[in-house]
Design a binder for this molecule. Sequence first.
Ligand code: M6R
Length: 594
Amino acid sequence: MCGVVAYTGFKEAYPILMSCLKRVEYRGYDSCGVALLDGGDVQSHKDVGAVDDLRSKLEHVSGATGIGHTRWATVGKPNKENAHPHLDCSGRIALVHNGDIDNFMALKDELIKQGHTFTSETDSEVISHLVERYYAGDLREAVIKAITHLEGSYALAVVAADFPGVVVVRKESPLVLGLGEHENFAASDAPALLEFTRRVVYLEDGDLAVLKPESVEIWRAGTRIELPVHQITWNVSELDRVGYPHFMLKEIHEQPRVIRDTLVGRISLTEPRADLPLAAHKPPARLIFIGCGTSYHAALLGQLFVSQISPMPAHAYVASEFDPLPSSLKDAWVVALTQSGETTDTINAIRRAKAAGAWTIGVTNVKESSITRVSDDMLYLQAGPEVSVAATKTFMAQLVAVYLLSLHLAPPPGQLGELIGELRSMPSKVQRLINSQSSIQALVKKLNAYDHLFLIARGINVPVAYEGALKLKEVAYLHAEGCAAGELKHGPFALLGQNTPVIALAPRDAQYPRMLTAIKEIKTRGSPVMAIAFSDDNDIGRYVDDVLTIPVAHGLFSPWLNTVALQLLTYYMAAARNLPIDKPRHLAKSVTVP
Ligand code: M6R
């Protein structure tokens, strides 16, 4: 899981490659590097650390054609040797790779026997030596021959000292071409190129392209093909922090707009009705939601929301654990949630769902991402680019999508008007919550004094407890566990005490009395308790040490507001701990390894 970029034109390639690399840094940031063609040589520079670290060490490298890479280590430790680009023995061929080569050990042994010398532990380096084996002046031919040996996934960009361009090829890893005037580009995703061009071409699995300043040739199975040119609609300003100290905070603040945009055109203006333009006409007998990480929590919320509004059976699975029996899903729709559209575990799960006979719907924020090629139908989120590794606004957009889908497929008689009305009111309620952050700041200091905490909830808020715990772990590096309130007494009680605070999600809904019971039991064990409760709840303060309030909402929508409160709490806790909020250690935004 890495980011690759390439440029060929008449300008200095180095600053362009660095800008593009910054945009794909969310895909990995333990090391990075570039290789440029300069006066008949390949100049390669790489190091451990992020793109800005390399930029600060390397003022300028000249050349008008080059490739770049930012790495999230899979095979081989994150060190300078394993960073990309990887060169052949002569140092005249360089390549960058995103993906995994499953048979690299066998290939490496074979190449070593043939006299090739390796300088890294990576799987990627075998590819540069394979290209070397076949290179006789035609880089396209050499790459085609090299990839016939590869088992696994790859998006490759390759240069050779005496070849006037870049050869790129993909299989199961994303790759986009950018078309310019007297210059052309490639990158792992389209936003990386937005600063330089809006005209992009999405390569399919197996496609290879030869980029030169004045031409782009695309090849599929040995034949020249033309592919449609798409216009990117996102604005470059959406990729900047615009005054916010971190993307995470900016993206949390964007959520009222995200809810509005994801609703547009999907709820009827005249009647209480959710309208989704779905391709399948026969409604399902049951719904299955799948996803990973935060997207799995949205899947759980989908399952619980459907169960609360209709008798339609609904289930949620972690995508990597979803393995249905053949033909067992002929009456089901599988709704796959993935903000990036690239998560390998989710994409593989969709393939298994289809093999089991399900109709599949992909829900993603990224147009033309890999999920669009494996799903029967698509539902797009309208969150705009999310840069921070922690999913915030895309989670919110997923909630909008699963609620809309549920209301569309399983409309609850007698309740639809009220629920659609509440949907419409959510942007302003989320905005009010974002505007009232003073009580959050006071709690940050208190909670930051601990090393562990529990988040508890009941009913539809249980997935929010899980999501809050995930955010605290990944962004604030705090060990947090989400738990159904009733489960604490079945084991975790042993960990309670004055050093283990508990955050209780306690909206005044049908579960409220039982939540108060759980809170009392926890207080008896000595744990400090903080509640997140409705702003009109004047009782809760009697049972807990601190209260964070959220606007009053329908019980089924309290998860949206609890989510925002926990996002803000996490953000400010991480900021007080001075952590790299947008790029937490060891993580990457798009997880393209199984
Ligand atoms: O792109 P996806 O929604 O498929 O990503 C799934 C997870 O990798 C992702 O939600 C991850 O858990 C985030 N870092 C959470 O903030």
